[in-house]
Design a protein around this ligand. Structure first.
Ligand SMILES: [Zn+2]
Length: 105
């Protein structure tokens, strides 16, 4: 991740470009070079894993700036900018509660 505004990326089952035909469960890669000043990259990416795979980028929630799934305010520590307090709305918490990684093997 060379871009200072890419804090993490999620790869889903069905992403043939990333996984071939291996069929990996969804997984996330986080940047080790930069931090998002809201410190919500991991939970944001984990939410992505709970959404169905489709070509392109998932729709983010742009209605509530405090929603952890809204990328607004997700700026790098290395750049100036406003810090926005983020919260995990119940609907995303419910998605995470049902995610494959929420159950012991
Ligand atoms: Zn996202």
């Amino acid at each position: 991740m060379e871009d200072d505004n890419i804090f993490g990326e999620t790869f889903k089952t069905g992403n043939v470009n990333a996984n071939g035909d291996v069929g990996w469960p969804p997984y996330c890669i986080l940047s080790t070079k930069i931090l998002n000043r809201t410190r919500t990259t991991l939970v944001h990416e984990l939410i992505h894993t709970t959404l169905p795979y489709r070509e392109g980028v998932d729709e983010h929630d742009h209605t509530d700036v405090s929603d952890v799934f809204n990328p607004a305010g997700a700026g790098s520590d290395k750049k100036d900018g406003q810090t926005i307090k983020k919260v995990l709305p119940k609907r995303w918490a419910e998605n995470l509660r049902r995610a494959y990684f929420a159950y012991p093997g």
